[in-house]
Design a protein around this ligand. Structure first.
Ligand code: HEM
Ligand SMILES: CC(C)=CCC/C(C)=C/CC/C(C)=C/COP(=O)(O)OP(=O)(O)O
Length: 315
């Protein structure tokens, strides 16, 4: 660091000057990569073909909007993030970026991404992106997260909308298929998140966030995880029978659901003392399995679309 920048950091009260990577981290790129992938699949499996350039810029704008919502989440949650081990090194609690900067970046990118999506794709898709950002930032982050242990059940809808946005880019509307794609992520979010909460419970307790593990304990959380795997299987298998499903998707979905239900059952049967003794090994692998489960389901939908374009696929 040069002398000048060292001076600047002292006068601004910040230990280090923010670099590109700090602003980039505000966009929650790792989580958003899967969100954006589901939006891409929503766009690709829609019955109306999209010009590759429009597809590219639309996905870029959805990624920017998702990132913007991440920055606004970190702006609002800076107090919680500073108290949890997992999040205390994020740019705001680490003192790299001010909360005002995060707020400014989040608002600017939200506005730009929604307007550009409305102009390049269609107004409905732009409004849908705006609604999704609003849902994650206002409904989940500002309202439900600190209020109820059902926070992620309702708030999780925000993370489930992107395939519907992708579909809306292509068709300008909504359909049974796009609603079912929404349902996949919506029903998946609770087991995804609660399996993580099982091995990070003390973090949420320290930050006074009413996650299910804190308010109802780990045993109740285990039951909730397993309970969600069953309707999730119904939704994901049901999609096989719609216009975007087919044999290859059905086979992938059967295997993934068998693994996810079996894993959920093992989580349910786990004794907490045993889990603590082996540092929540099964819970950690179940969390990883959840990521694979979602990624492979949407990949299988993409494969079906590719097969159909060659005259194969379907039943
Ligand atoms: C309210 C809903 C959700 C909550 C509370 C939640 C929470 C979390 C948390 C706390 C992590 C831990 C690590 C981190 O901070 O990066 C995580 C990881 C992750 N989540 Fe979620 N999640 C939700 C929904 C989603 C959705 C909808 C997606 C994608 C469609 C997703 C994708 C991911 C991915 C890819 C990771 C791994 C990130 C990494 O490897 O660092 N999550 N999630
Ligand atoms: C296109 C668009 C606008 C997409 C939005 C996608 C979206 C809402 C993703 C939510 C996933 C997520 C990072 C949850 C973290 O919850 P948390 O904020 O409670 O987790 P934390 O403790 O890690 O901050």
């Amino acid at each position: 660091m040069s002398d000048m920048s060292a001076d600047k950091s002292i006068t601004s009260g910040f230990e280090n000057e923010a670099g590109f990577s700090d602003y980039y981290a505000l966009l929650k790129p790792r989580v958003m990569s899967l969100v954006v992938f589901t939006a891409f699949v929503g766009l690709m499996v829609a019955p109306v073909p999209v010009h590759p350039f429009l597809a590219f810029v639309s996905i870029l704008f959805i990624a920017l909007g998702g990132g913007a919502s991440g920055a606004l989440n970190m702006w609002y949650d800076h107090d919680i993030d500073a108290k949890m081990k997992r999040t205390m090194n994020r740019p705001i609690p680490a003192g790299k970026v001010t909360k005002e900067e995060a707020f400014g970046l989040g608002c600017a990118l939200s506005g730009i991404s929604c307007i550009l999506l409305a102009l390049t794709a269609n107004i409905f898709a732009g409004l849908f992106l705006a609604f999704t950002i609003f849902f994650y930032v206002v409904i989940y982050t500002m309202w439900l997260k600190r209020l109820t242990p059902q926070n992620i059940v309702i708030g999780g809808a925000a993370g489930a909308f992107p395939p519907m946005i992708g579909w809306a880019v292509a068709t300008g509307g909504v359909s049974i298929e796009s609603v079912l794609m929404f349902m996949i992520t919506f029903m998946w979010t609770p087991p995804h998140f609660w399996s993580l909460a099982l091995f990070t419970k003390t973090d949420y307790a320290d930050a006074d966030v009413p996650m299910l593990t804190v308010t109802h304990g780990r045993e109740a959380t285990r039951k909730h995880i397993f309970a969600y795997t069953l309707p999730l299987a119904v939704v994901t298998l049901g999609i096989a029978a719609t216009s975007i499903g087919g044999w290859s998707y059905l086979i992938v979905s059967i295997i993934l659901n068998a693994l996810f239900i079996r894993g959920g059952w093992q989580i349910l049967r786990r004794d907490d003392a045993a889990a603590e003794a082996d540092d929540y090994k099964a819970e950690r692998s179940y969390f990883k399995l959840s990521l694979l489960y979602l990624f492979l389901h949407f990949s299988a939908l993409l494969l079906e679309a590719a097969l159909k374009s060659f005259g194969w696929g379907g039943f």
